[in-house]
Design a protein around this ligand. Structure first.
Ligand SMILES: [Zn+2]
Length: 244
C-alpha cells in the first residue's frame, strides 16, 4: 500500500498523491495487520471512477478568444507600424505588453493556477517585460542597446524588492497554511540578485549600480533570515511540493 508521511494514512496503491493533503505518497509499504485483508483481497478489485472536473469549456473558450484578440491587436499594430511609421519600433511595446497581459492576467483568470504560481510568473514576466521596454526604447532611439540602464538599475530592483516584501508578508500572514509562498520568494530573490551579478561579471557595462547592490544584499539577507526563521516550514513546503 502507499503511505502518506504527513497524514500517517495508508492509501490505495493506484494513487500518486495523498487525497487528504496532496503530498506525494511514499512508494509501496508493507500493509499493517489491520489492513492486510484489505490489501490482499479487497484493494485489487477497488477502482476509482474517473475524477469529474468542473466544466472548463467556457473558460477555455474565453482564454482562446482573449488570445486571438491580443494576436489580432499585435498583428494590426505591426502592420500599421511598418507601413506608416517604419522609423519607430512602437509596435514592439504592444507585443511585450500583450505578452505580460496574457500570461499575468488572462492565464490567471481562466486557469486554475494557485496564487503562488501566478505571483511567481508575474514577478519573472514583469521583470523581463521592464527590461524589454527599456531595450525597445534604446533600439528605437540609438539603434543599439547602449541606452539600456533604467530598467536594470532602478525599475527591476525596485519592483523585485517590493515583490520580496509582499512574499514576506504573505508567508507571515499564511504561516499556518500551506500556500508554497517560499517558492515564489526564492524565485523573486534569485531574480533580484541577477542584475548585480551581471554587473560584477561584465565590469565594462559601467552602470551606476547602487540600487542593484542594495537589491542584491536585501534579497540575500532576507532569504537567509526567512529560511532560518521558518526552516521547518521551508522543509515541509519543499517536501510536499517536490518530494525531496
Ligand atoms: Zn497526506
Amino acid at each position: 500500500m502507499k503511505y502518506c508521511k504527513e497524514c500517517g494514512v495508508y492509501c490505495h496503491r493506484g494513487l500518486k498523491r495523498c487525497p487528504l493533503c496532496g503530498s506525494f505518497l511514499e512508494s509501496e509499504r508493507e500493509a499493517p495487520d489491520a489492513l492486510k485483508k484489505y490489501h490482499t483481497e479487497i484493494e485489487l478489485s477497488v477502482s476509482y471512477p474517473p475524477v469529474e472536473y468542473e466544466d472548463q469549456t467556457d473558460k477555455t473558450r474565453m482564454r482562446y478568444r482573449a488570445f486571438t484578440l491580443l494576436l489580432a491587436t499585435i498583428a494590426i499594430c505591426f502592420a500599421i507600424n511598418f507601413v506608416v511609421t517604419p522609423s519607430s519600433l512602437w509596435s514592439l511595446y504592444v507585443l511585450v505588453g500583450s505578452t505580460i497581459l496574457y500570461f499575468c492576467v488572462f492565464s490567471s483568470l481562466f486557469r486554475h493556477s494557485r496564487a503562488y504560481s501566478i505571483l511567481a510568473t508575474c514577478t519573472v514576466l514583469i521583470s523581463v517585460g521592464l527590461f524589454g521596454f527599456d531595450a525597445i526604447q534604446s533600439m528605437d532611439r540609438l539603434g543599439n542597446l547602449s541606452a539600456v540602464g533604467f530598467s536594470v538599475c532602478y525599475a527591476i530592483p525596485g519592483f523585485l524588492i517590493a515583490m520580496i516584501v509582499t512574499f514576506d508578508i504573505l508567508i507571515f500572514v499564511g504561516r499556518n497554511t500551506f500556500r508554497y509562498y517560499f517558492i515564489s520568494l526564492y524565485i523573486a530573490s534569485v531574480s533580484a540578485i541577477i542584475p548585480q551579478i551581471v554587473f560584477w561579471a561584465i565590469p565594462s557595462l559601467d552602470m551606476p549600480s547602487w540600487f542593484t547592490l542594495a537589491a542584491f544584499f536585501f534579497a540575500v539577507f532576507n532569504c537567509v533570515v526567512m529560511t532560518v526563521c521558518y526552516s521547518r516550514r521551508v522543509h515541509h513546503e519543499f517536501v510536499r511540493k517536490f518530494y525531496i
